[in-house]
Design a protein around this ligand. Sequence first.
Ligand code: NIG
Ligand code: FE
Length: 413
Amino acid sequence: MLITNIKALVGVHPKEKLFLRGSELKQLPILENAWLLLEDGLIKDFGSMSEMPSQISNLNSQISVEGRFVFPSWCDSHTHIVFAAPREEEFALKIAGKTYEEIAAAGGGILNSANKLQKATEDELFESASIRLKDMIKQGTGAVEIKSGYGLTVESELKMLRVIKRLKQAFPIPIKASLLAAHAYPTEYKNNHQAYIDLIINELLPKVSAENLADYIDVFCEKGFFSTEETAQILTAAANYGLKPKIHANQLSSSGAVELGVKHDAVSVDHLEETDAHALQALSNSNTIATLLPSCSFYINIPFANAKGLINNNAIIALASDYNPGSTPSGNMNFVVSLGCIKLKMTAEQAVNAATLNGAAAMELNDEVGSITIGKKANLFITRPMTSLAYLPYSFGQSQIETVILNGEIYNG
Ligand code: NIG
Ligand code: FE
């Protein structure tokens, strides 16, 4: 497929640029008035319309996209899209002023989702997650990470991970799976944390590894959930199975979770709504990516992460959705990018880079997706006619996406 007359081809990063740290985040290379050639599912070549080789211009399968922008697909590196049921009963409580912690303590929250998930079949979970994933793809997502964490028993955590494995096989985008059995303590382990940790380490991890069901280990490291000591035990055990950490850190309090993640060489530490000086210091010049989830702050009314502080401290930051039934019932990355600009005070260029190349890096998929680079997967989207790059985040809540292309083919899902 040849795409011609592209008003702006966005994110034409050189092959060796695998992430953007600190002040580099503003560098979003754009080629104006461009053509783009896709072949065998990959980006084959691109260039300026004024210099299009004649053998290319004779190709059959051509689309001309005057006035439109072409972006690399969003890379959503943090989601919980396998769940049995939404939790809109919590919505009313939230509006009435109850906090996320109060709702969880009153029988809502993660344990509520776990009760429902334990009763759902693998097929039901696959069907409902597929609907969510299709919606996300239509909204421009072309690579995704998905967590377990609503099972909270050996059997149900395995069920969730098997659903993610089926999604990997059924969908035309790269998917990474994270084991988040340490998402909350099941009621029966409330007074015996060590027994649940032992269950994860001695029973669950060997099975997950034997079936090759997870790419990463995740822990909700937070006051009232998993302490830093408990988290460290789980990360150490998972490392023996080759699972690197991607952890929930500093969402509701500054607990030392970020520092712990960095110490354990986490691929990413996610949330950081409480970005204290220790967290900034730990992430400064670190290879651990700070993944910010502004839709979560928006929805549960908690502070927005200190993106500017992280950028000024030479950290690598990514943007992701956190799509889940409790704190973020949305997987719309266009809205995440808008919030990145409006609430995290990132420029449009910074937000786009954080949601594409750095998101890909947070899934270790940055040699495959995340930019318009020769040899990468042809996962991209074409916008409606737009006046400028900033129009996309500016027009928040409205989709500017006209066509989604995955592996070089138009996606009609
Ligand atoms: O990332 N913080 C932990 N996990 C999810 C929310 C889970 C839920 O409320 O169901 C999050 O916000
Ligand atoms: Fe999350």
